[in-house]
Design a binder for this molecule. Structure first.
Ligand SMILES: *[C@@H]1O[C@H](CO)[C@@H](O)[C@H](O)[C@H]1NC(C)=O
Ligand SMILES: *[C@@H]1O[C@H](CO)[C@@H](O)[C@H](O)[C@H]1NC(C)=O
Length: 270
C-alpha cells in the first residue's frame, strides 16, 4: 500500500499541475478570442474620409442608389444617411449597414467629437480613399459643436473615424417595397429597416402552395428578385439572412394574396 501511495503521489501533483495549466490556457485562449471577436465586430474606430452632399440640412440625394426612395428623409432614417464608396456600398450588398462616424476636434475645432450614426442608403463615386462616407448635409452637420454645423459644412471635407454598429430602428417595422415591375411571374422588392446587421446576404421566398424556399437574387441596391412559376399563389413569406451574423428572420405571409406592384408591406418580425 505504502509503496503504491508513494508512487502515486507525484502523479497526483503532476495531474493537478496539468489541470491548472490547461485551465489557465483556456482562460487565456478565451480572452484572446474575445478580443479578436470584438475588434472584428468593429468596436474600434478606423480612419476614413467624409464629405457631404445635397441640401445643407437635407438627406443627401432624393432617394439614393439603394432604392429606399423618398423615405430617407423620414423616420427612421430621418436624413441620417450616407452614400458609401465601393468599399462601403459593395455593389448594393452594403445597403442598410449602419456606421458611427465622428471627427476629432484636432481635425477641425468645430467638430464636437461625438459620433453620429448613419445608414448606407446611396453610392458615391468617390474612390480616391479606402473608405469614404459622403454624408447627408444633416449627418455631416450633426458632427459639429452646437451652432457650428454650417461652419463645419463649409470645411467641406476632412478625415473622420468610423466603426460598424448594429442598426436600431425603434418602433419601425421591417418593410418590403414591391418593385413596380413585379407581376404574377416576376417578383422583386426592396427590403428595408432591418435591425441588427442591416445588410443582407440572402433573401428567400415561400409561396402559399410551395413548401420550399425559393432563393431570390440580388438585383441592385437593396432590391431582390425572383421568377415565379405559373400558378404560384400568395400570400408569400419572405426569409432574410443578415450578412454579418447570419441571423435569419422570417416575415410570414408578409406579402398578402392581393399584393400590388408599387405597394409596401410590413412585418413585425424585425
Ligand atoms: C469654425 O467655425 C467658425 C465660426 O463659428 C469659423 O470662423 C472657423 O473658420 C471654423 N474653423 C474651421 C477650421 O473651419
Ligand atoms: C451562415 O449560414 C450558412 C447556412 O447555415 C452556413 O453555411 C455559413 O457557413 C454561415 N456563415 C457564417 C459566417 O456563419
Amino acid at each position: 500500500m505504502g509503496i503504491i501511495c508513494n508512487y502515486l503521489k507525484p502523479n497526483y501533483v503532476l495531474f493537478a499541475f496539468i489541470i491548472l495549466i490547461s485551465i489557465l490556457q483556456n482562460y487565456c485562449f478565451c480572452i484572446t478570442t474575445q478580443k479578436h471577436n470584438n475588434s472584428s465586430a468593429g468596436s474600434r474606430f478606423s480612419a476614413a474620409v467624409a464629405t457631404w452632399y445635397g441640401d445643407p440640412n437635407g438627406a443627401g440625394s432624393v432617394g439614393g442608389a439603394c432604392g429606399y426612395g423618398f423615405n430617407v428623409e423620414k423616420r427612421p432614417f430621418s436624413a441620417m444617411i450616407a452614400a458609401g464608396n465601393a468599399n462601403l456600398f459593395q455593389s448594393g450588398m452594403g445597403c442598410g449597414a449602419c456606421y458611427q462616424v465622428k471627427c476629432r476636434r484636432s481635425e477641425n475645432p468645430n467638430c464636437s467629437g461625438k459620433a453620429v450614426t448613419v445608414t448606407i442608403t446611396d453610392e458615391c463615386g468617390c474612390d480616391g480613399q479606402n473608405v469614404h462616407f459622403d454624408l447627408s448635409g444633416a449627418a455631416f452637420g450633426a458632427m459639429a459643436k452646437p451652432g457650428r454645423a454650417q461652419a463645419l459644412r463649409n470645411a467641406g471635407t476632412f478625415k473622420v473615424e468610423y466603426r460598424r454598429v448594429r442598426c436600431n430602428y425603434p418602433r419601425t417595422n421591417l418593410a418590403f417595397d414591391i418593385d413596380k415591375g413585379s407581376n404574377p411571374n416576376y417578383f422583386a422588392c426592396v427590403v428595408k429597416y432591418v435591425n441588427g446587421d442591416g445588410d443582407l446576404s440572402a433573401v428567400d421566398l415561400q409561396t402559399r402552395n410551395g413548401n420550399e424556399w425559393l432563393p431570390m437574387q440580388h438585383s441592385w441596391g437593396a432590391t431582390w428578385k425572383v421568377d415565379l412559376a405559373n400558378g404560384v399563389k400568395a400570400p408569400f413569406s419572405i426569409r432574410i439572412t443578415t450578412r454579418r451574423t447570419n441571423k435569419t428572420i422570417v416575415a410570414r405571409h408578409v406579402i398578402p394574396a392581393d399584393w400590388q406592384p408599387g405597394k409596401s408591406y410590413q412585418s413585425l418580425a424585425n
